[in-house]
Design a protein around this ligand. Structure first.
Ligand code: SAH
Length: 350
């Protein structure tokens, strides 16, 4: 059977795997065993507590691990690891593993490419190729865990951020399914409190997400204090205004009790001046939120420029003085093309 027609087991719940295995006459405790193996990143040959003929049957009809690591780059500076993952259809996506005091965080992709068209971003240069399945998103984590184990590195992925290529809320159903799989019985069991989902601000889906009542941290790529500036760099700003986005954020905070994080990449001469800092502080006043300042990563194909250290500090100071909670994102993996979409482009010849 061709891989595309096979069942992708990483995308199934315990119930679904058990039912599916049942169609071959396998007893229901096998479902648990299979799911446990799958979430440990195992291939069928490694599932040693299954009878051989059962393993053969599974191999013929299903895919155990839909994601493999095609290329690895490890930062000499901070141990950040960048993965280029390959998918069964030959597409590839990127992921970044970062070590923090609180654990190991993995940035995962939700689509091959992206159709949002943000002018500073490398992931969107060729548009969206396709959505990832929930099983592929989980597969990214399983592949990273396997890498850690095989390289004698301590620990497993404990935190997940949906900040790789793609717009998670443009692939809503599969993303929600993926989030639910993280807490599946017998599975990988990553708490949704350790998961952050970043969106460029697809307002209706932000309301939908709030209704799911999942305790994920919502991050919003704001990148501008007003719609005029936002429209210069983010086409999605022509569809929804900042006002509508903030209203959806307040709703999310009410529904989930969790603060929202605003991402703000500083681009020289665009959004990084004193005036913009003051405007941003005014905009967010009184809101249960946090601002994450990102010094813009310059992308070869894009014309936007980053800012000086001085500019970042000044911007931060203005927000702090106005009692807005703010940090600057640690720049990790600067030596390994850590920014979204850069490694993939290099490899596919962009
Ligand atoms: N589509 C989602 C998820 C991508 S997350 C979103 O827009 O939020 C990746 C984050 O990095 C987003 O905040 C994105 O705006 C930001 N980003 C993309 N390219 C960047 C660059 N060159 N420099 C700094 N930040 C960038």
């Amino acid at each position: 059977m061709q891989d595309e027609k096979k069942k992708e087991l990483t995308g199934l719940t315990l119930r679904e795997i058990t039912d599916w295995a049942g169609t071959f006459g396998f007893p229901s405790f096998r479902g648990k065993q299979i799911l446990r193996w799958i979430h440990q990143g195992a291939d069928f040959d490694e599932m040693t507590n299954l009878p051989k003929d059962m393993r053969e049957k599974l191999k013929e009809t299903a895919v155990a691990q839909p994601v493999s690591i095609q290329m690895i780059r490890k930062s000499e500076l901070d141990g950040t690891v960048k993965f280029l993952y390959s998918l069964k259809d030959g597409n590839c996506v990127e992921g970044v593993l970062m070590r923090y005091r609180f654990g190991i965080s993995l940035c995962i992709s939700t689509q091959v490419g992206c159709r949002m068209g943000c002018r500073f971003c490398a992931s969107t240069l060729e548009g969206r190729i396709r959505d990832l399945t929930a099983g592929e998103m989980l597969g990214e984590i399983l592949a990273a865990n396997r890498y850690l184990a095989e390289n004698g590195e301590n620990g497993k992925v404990s935190h997940v951020v949906l900040m790789g290529s793609g717009e998670p809320l443009d692939n809503y159903d599969q993303v929600i399914r993926f989030l639910r799989l993280l807490r599946e019985e017998e599975g990988i069991r990553i708490s949704l409190r350790n998961v952050s989902l970043s969106t460029c601000g697809i307002v209706p889906r932000m309301y939908d997400l709030a209704k799911e009542k999942l305790p994920v941290t919502l991050c919003v790529s704001l990148h501008a204090p007003n719609d005029m500036i936002r429209r210069q760099t983010m086409p999605v700003a022509n569809t929804w205004t900042i006002r509508e986005i903030l209203e959806a954020c307040r709703n999310y905070i009410r529904e989930t009790g969790r603060r929202v994080i605003f991402e703000y990449a500083l681009a020289d001469g665009v959004n990084a001046g004193r005036k913009e800092a003051e405007e941003l502080a005014e905009l967010l006043r009184g809101m249960q939120c946090h601002v994450n300042l990102i010094p813009l990563n310059e992308v070869r194909e894009r014309h936007l420029k980053g800012v000086s250290e001085e500019t970042v500090r000044e911007f931060m100071r203005i927000l702090e003085n106005r009692h807005i909670s703010v940090t600057r994102r640690r720049e990790m993996g600067d030596d390994i093309e850590g920014a979204c979409g850069q490694l993939r482009r290099k490899v596919i010849g962009g």
